[in-house]
Write a protein that binds this ligand. Structure first.
Ligand SMILES: [Cu+2]
Length: 130
């Protein structure tokens, strides 16, 4: 009698122990994913090479993505202004996306082959030494 009572208590403790572990296992990752998918709204600007309206269009189009709220390329000052979600992209990823379509940024240089394939009016490296 005493023995069964003890084992019953142990079973109850075991049950609640497992139960709370399961609850915690569900809670912890859901908390962290909510945090990471929410991210932060970041605003930044950096140098991007470009020479004409087509460049502006190309740069702004490649940044027309979910997670990027605003992207404005100032053609005169060769500067990109961007507002994005930190959970969706890192700043370096944005630099890479721009370089991938042929435009050098102050952090990432576009691949020569991609650059060579830009239309003549977009050849911004003319008077620059690389
Ligand atoms: Cu251009």
């Amino acid at each position: 009698m005493k023995n069964t009572l003890k084992s019953r208590n142990q079973a109850v403790i075991l049950f609640w122990g497992i139960f709370s572990l399961v609850i915690m296992a569900f809670m912890i990752p859901s908390c962290s994913t909510v945090k990471s998918t929410k991210g932060q709204k970041l605003t930044t600007s950096f140098e991007v090479s470009g020479s004409c309206e087509m460049c502006k269009e190309r740069i702004e189009t490649v940044l027309d993505k979910k997670g990027i709220y605003k992207a404005y390329y100032d053609l005169e000052n060769h500067r990109l202004f961007i507002e994005y979600n930190s959970a969706a992209f890192s700043e370096l990823q944005i630099h890479n996306m721009i370089a991938a379509v042929g435009h050098d940024t102050d952090k990432v240089k576009a691949d020569d082959l991609v650059y060579e394939n830009l239309p003549g009016c977009c050849k911004y490296r003319k008077d620059e030494k690389w």
